[in-house]
Design a protein around this ligand. Sequence first.
Ligand code: HEM
Length: 237
Amino acid sequence: MAQAEDFSQPLLPGDAPSDYERYLRTEELLALQKEPEEQSHPDELLFQTVHQSSELWLKLACFEVETATKHLREREPAAAVRLLRRASDSVKIATQLLDMLEHMSPWEYQTIRRVLGHGSGFDSPGFRGIRRVSPSLGEAFHELRGSQDLSLVDLYVHGREFEDLYQVAEGLIEWDERVSVWRFRHYKVVARVIGEDVVGTQGTPVELLGGLIKHKLYPELWQVRNDLTARAKEEDD
Ligand code: HEM
């Protein structure tokens, strides 16, 4: 008779006591934050948790955007749309995480700030990833659109006839918008925690961050809205 499976015993390789801990590598993960005796302030755990989890969500977002780009190159727009939705939702989660930082007192945060060295969000691998993967996504979309001889205006005017491509265009603008919304939220958190008229740990005036909110990944997709409004007006006149 076959022996009953002993579910209490781990099957995966590793030293941790359970498969949950082995698969998720929780020992390493949970060792990545400062221990209480190393902290300059107890809010360092909150600060590190928000930053570290943001990096994971942004890593996932960029991975999905890169895969979506490959799908577009393979002429599989529906598969790309599915992943773009996921990428945008990942940035949405990273944006929500920023709320947690507003639990910190602006005065007490100054204690944490002293231990950050020249650490600055400009060196965030997750955000650098966004800057790296977004242009290729735009190129792949325009290549696919060009191969069907469609202008952006025509794609929007005849969106129902080109459903898949229309959904890709909307996936791109959603991605662009989510990144801007993250920037806006980040700017407000920074203004609330350290102030608007100061310079950051890498010497960047916070004011400059305000200007970046207007930055667009795909300006042409925002411009086409203006063109459609102008065209509708012409048709009415
Ligand atoms: C109390 C919390 C925070 C403060 C006070 C803060 C402050 C700043 C400041 C002053 C800058 C300008 C660059 C510099 O000189 O450092 C900056 C940039 C940046 N920070 Fe933060 N930050 C905070 C939280 C976060 C979090 C949670 C993330 C998540 C990854 C993040 C990511 C970034 C990025 C990506 C930039 C570059 C912005 C861009 O390219 O638009 N920051 N931050």
